[in-house]
Design a protein around this ligand. Structure first.
Ligand SMILES: Cc1ncc(COP(=O)(O)O)c(C=O)c1O
Length: 402
């Protein structure tokens, strides 16, 4: 039946639904706004070879597994590999059945949030925090509060003061979300001593901590610090990590580790089966053969890119009163212009002028960050990282913030 009158859902939407317009992805000439590495650095052929080798060696098993829906926890082989990797790299003891593979770590985080968060619950994060998690928390109506940070991340005393202040206001925090290695957006790494202090605080206030180690494999300087989950196996630490930044976001593969009871609760929010089995074969085969080789070529490349951006900042921002972070890994540097310089407000004009960045307000539970921006150094070439920062300084001058 064709009819000229369009049907409308206007009075039919559920109370919980909200419009979520599909945003067009636009790249500036110098794109520091993205959250992923350059396409040419992805090990495409390595992944394809691993997949081919798996099909060649176990054709019957592959056909059988592909014909069924994946196990709700995801591929047993990838969970086994992940269990070994967590032990070797992070000293985390968890067997394959304690790991839940999900469609990216974003799904892991969303499942855990739903399992432990009711509308109005107060959730603490770093003062500036990954926008994906911030948006998830807001979607599930958490009252998100950013705790003070410095260039090393969360400050234990300030965290405890925040807990005391909120508790006195009748808003006792329920749990803490943190990205201790190569924090998104600031690039900081939390020292072991602070992790230990924070764990003590969390135990004192009965406050679980969700540790997000999305970037842990991308270290190019300094020392990786022990995971919260390795320092404390009481169950108070929920752990999430991903293959997105180590290999490719397009694989959509991440995972979480939590206590058995909490895992079962989190799984109650899961729709359907475990994640893509084909991607799991490719990841398992590729990493079993190539993890060290991959990190040893990928991370030095990241370092070169980061250094080029740092040189650009030193050459073009040093006299502006700006400060910026000096990451030891990950994908981001965090730029702070002097107080009162609103670089969030001019983002669109600067984008049109050729430089993309993510404005600080996108990461700010407390609504601050107008004078701040996240700059991704992982995507563009070293040359473009330097030149783009030079252009950014020009554009900031043009728009009166420098
Ligand atoms: C800190 C952090 N956690 C989690 C994610 C989600 O990544 P994915 O769902 O691709 O694993 C991201 C993505 O940028 C991130 O930066």
């Amino acid at each position: 039946m064709t009819t000229s009158q369009k049907f409308t859902f206007d009075n039919l939407y559920s109370e919980r639904s909200e419009p979520a317009p599909v945003r067009k992805v636009e790249h500036a000439e110098y794109d520091f706004a993205v959250a992923y590495p350059a396409p040419e650095t992805l090990p495409m052929y390595g992944l394809i070879q691993a997949l081919q080798a798996k099909v060649d060696s176990d054709a019957d098993q592959v056909a059988r597994e592909m014909a069924y829906y994946p196990h709700v926890l995801g591929s047993p082989e990838l969970r086994e590999y992940t269990s070994e990797k967590l032990k070797k790299d992070r000293d985390i003891d968890v067997d394959a059945d304690g790991i839940v593979l999900t469609a990216g770590s974003g799904e892991s985080i969303a499942l855990l949030i739903q399992a432990i968060t009711d509308p109005g619950d107060v959730v603490l994060t770093e003062q500036f925090v990954y926008g994906g998690t911030l948006n998830q928390l807001r979607k599930f109506k958490a009252d998100v509060v950013g705790a003070p940070i410095d260039d090393q991340g969360l400050i234990p005393e300030a965290l405890e003061d925040t807990i005391k202040r909120l508790t006195a206001e009748g808003r006792k925090p329920k749990w803490l979300y943190t990205i201790p290695e190569h924090q998104n957006p600031t690039g900081s790494t939390l020292p072991e001593s602070r992790r230990r202090e924070i764990l003590e605080i969390c135990h004192r206030y009965g406050m679980p901590v969700m540790e997000d180690e999305c970037y842990v494999d991308l270290r190019f300087d300094g020392e990786t610090q022990p995971a919260f989950r390795a320092l404390d196996d009481s169950g108070i630490v929920m752990y999430a990590a991903s293959f997105s930044k180590l290999i490719a976001p397009g694989l959509r593969m991440g995972y979480f580790v939590a206590s058995k009871d909490l895992t079962e609760r989190a799984l109650s929010f899961k729709h359907g089966s475990g994640p893509n089995q084909f991607a799991a074969y490719a990841i398992t085969g590729f990493l079993r053969e190539n993890l060290d080789k991959h990190r040893n070529t990928f991370n030095p490349g990241l370092k070169t890119k980061s250094e080029a951006m740092q040189r650009g900042l030193e050459d073009h921002f040093s006299s502006s009163g700006a400060t910026w972070s000096k990451p030891q890994g990950g994908c981001y540097a965090w730029l702070t212009m002097p107080e009162g310089k609103n670089i969030s407000a001019i983002r669109d004009e600067v984008f049109a002028g050729g430089v993309g960045y993510l404005a600080g307000v996108n990461f700010a539970p407390n609504g601050d960050g107008q004078n701040m921006a996240r700059l991704c150094f992982a995507f563009e070439s070293p040359e473009k990282n330097y030149d783009g920062i030079a252009l950014l300084a020009q554009l900031f001058r043009k728009h009166g913030v420098m």
